[in-house]
Design a protein around this ligand. Structure first.
Ligand SMILES: Nc1ncnc2c1ncn2[C@@H]1O[C@H](COP(=O)(O)OP(=O)(O)OP(=O)(O)O)[C@@H](O)[C@H]1O
Length: 259
């Protein structure tokens, strides 16, 4: 198996914070896994995802993503960035542009700077964008302006943009936190199926364990910046999930179920 994420003793302190957001995290994620990060507010899930995305510096330990070591004092090299895609909660779309333009923006990191400047997309760029739109069920919206879309449609555009990038690792921070249960189900199915179809690895965070565990292959529980639970989903019990949240509410992170 190929290691897509390999973390050894990773610690990180946000500037101005008193306690580390990540505390000696060691974790390996293999190619093709769909990992959900669970844990109460403040556990360190967002920080871990941002760090894997190359947006945080100043950590200690060893971080390897897609076989490349990240440097603690510099962002990842430009050439490496398109291999990791991030689905942002707030979508980050260009409102006055068309859906297709927004999705094609996912290709920019894979284009030469001249082609990107002039917006000259290759046939492959267009194919990747149209395939992503079709997979997200919004092919017919390609020429609509984003500011005319509903929130649910916008979210699908944001996912399509990420897929068009053809990332080998897809990261998503609480992608369904604002959705009703039926919509949340659809979106998690969409992300995990599209990732599986492309052979990509997925790591997403969620505050809805019951829902998330139906789409993940593995659950990593965090509390107080540490990994306290690591299980294939089929081996997880309701009691373990309950303890992950309960023990922290009680103020004592007693749970430690890392194998
Ligand atoms: N920009 C920041 N500056 C200072 N401290 C921060 C910053 N961002 C997060 N933290 C702190 O780092 C810790 C981990 O926060 P993080 O957002 O990673 O947790 P989380 O598990 O994603 O929480 P949630 O589920 O509420 O999003 C918390 O104690 C938080 O207060």
């Amino acid at each position: 198996m190929t290691r897509v994420i390999d973390l050894v003793d990773l610690s990180f302190l946000h500037s101005g914070a008193e306690l580390p957001a990540l505390n000696d995290v060691s974790l390996v994620v293999e190619a093709g896994e769909a990992v959900v990060l669970l844990g109460p507010s403040g556990a360190g899930k967002t920080t871990l995802l941002a760090l894997l995305d190359g947006r945080l510096q100043g950590w200690t330990g060893c971080v390897s993503v897609l076989g490349r070591g990240l440097a603690p004092d510099a962002p990842p090299p430009v050439a490496a960035r398109p291999d990791t895609g991030f689905i942002f909660q707030e979508f980050a779309l260009v409102e006055r542009s068309s859906v297709l333009r927004n999705v094609l923006n996912g290709r920019l990191g894979r284009m030469s700077s001249v082609a990107a400047f002039f917006g000259r997309h290759s046939e492959h760029d267009l194919d990747a964008a149209h395939q992503a739109l079709a997979d997200c069920g919004i092919g017919e919206l390609a020429h609509r302006r984003v500011d005319s879309l509903s929130g649910g449609q916008r979210q699908r555009v944001a996912i399509a943009r990420c897929l068009a990038q053809e990332p080998r690792l897809i990261l998503a921070d609480e992608p369904v936190s604002n959705l009703d249960p039926a919509r949340a189900d659809e979106i998690l199915a969409l992300i995990t199926n599209a990732a599986a179809k492309r052979g990509a690895t997925t790591v997403f965070s969620s505050h809805q364990p019951e829902l998330a565990l139906r789409f993940a292959s593995r659950a990593v529980g965090m509390a107080g910046g540490s990994v306290v639970l690591d299980r294939v989903v089929s081996a997880m019990s309701d009691a373990e999930i309950g303890a992950l949240y309960h023990d922290v509410v009680e103020g004592a992170v007693a749970l430690r179920l890392v194998q």
